[in-house]
Design a protein around this ligand. Structure first.
Ligand SMILES: [Zn+2]
Length: 244
């Protein structure tokens, strides 16, 4: 067996850890973006509701104004009743008063409807504002947690890079460059650079290997590669158990 296989396996373990931590480094800030986007959405909803409330309030105030004007006109007309001389004039005046009263009754109904809408919208606004407050608190907490986790990841990465540096110095140039070259081509799966051979089957690509290959791993000092996928093959039971 190539005497460097345990070291290479150890290197693979370190590289896998580095790879996973770097992936976390990239994905963690994306959680923040999602939360920020949901806050933006709530902010927009809040603005929209406020605009609606403003519009309906204005409409309602206009109706109140119309009611008030009509009331005044009714009062003035009622004062005029005593000065009326003919029945026709009296009849016309009463008709005008009745019209204004009918107008006001419609306006009051419409105004009441708007007030009900306003109540509903104010309730929705209150709910949105509560949601917003909660989401902002959650964002703050998430920011703090992410910052701490990223710091922790950075520390771990520095430690692993040091371990890697020390380890790689123990591996001869030839094996080192074989590993490094494969590492480049298997970047998405650093854990699969070195794979077990089980019942003559490569555990990386699961293709059956010629039986001589299995023996070759034990007998030869050279590294042995899968015929199909070119990964480095090893027998797990021949590797010392001391690898952390
Ligand atoms: Zn293979």
């Amino acid at each position: 067996m190539n005497p460097n296989l345990p070291l290479l396996l150890n290197l693979q373990k370190i590289d896998t850890k580095i790879y996973l931590l770097q992936k976390d480094q990239q994905t963690l800030p994306q959680n923040l973006t999602a939360k920020e986007q949901s806050i933006q959405k709530l902010e927009l909803q809040r603005q929209e509701l406020k605009k609606n409330i403003q519009n309906i309030s204005t409409q309602e105030a206009l109706k109140e104004g119309d009611i008030q004007t009509n009331e005044e006109r009714i009062q003035n007309l009622q004062l005029k009743i005593h000065t009326i001389k003919t029945n026709e004039e009296l009849w016309a005046l009463q008709k005008e008063i009745q019209n204004l009263q009918e107008q006001n009754s419609t306006l009051e109904e419409e105004s009441l409807e708007l007030l009900e809408q306003l109540d509903q919208l104010q309730l929705e606004l209150k709910q949105i504002e509560q949601q917003l407050q909660l989401a902002k608190q959650q964002l703050l907490q998430l920011q703090q947690e992410t910052e701490n986790t990223l710091k922790e990841i950075q520390n771990q990465l520095e430690k692993l890079q040091n371990e890697r540096k020390q380890l790689i110095e123990k591996i001869p140039q030839k094996e080192r460059s074989i590993y490094e070259n494969r590492y480049k081509s298997f970047q998405n799966q650093p854990a699969k650079l070195l794979v077990e051979i089980k019942n003559d089957c490569c555990q990386g690509c699961f293709m059956i290997q010629p039986p001589r290959l299995s023996d070759q791993i034990i007998l030869s000092d050279e590294l042995v590669f899968c015929d199909q996928c070119n990964r480095i093959l090893y027998h797990p039971d021949k590797i010392p158990q001391s690898i952390p």
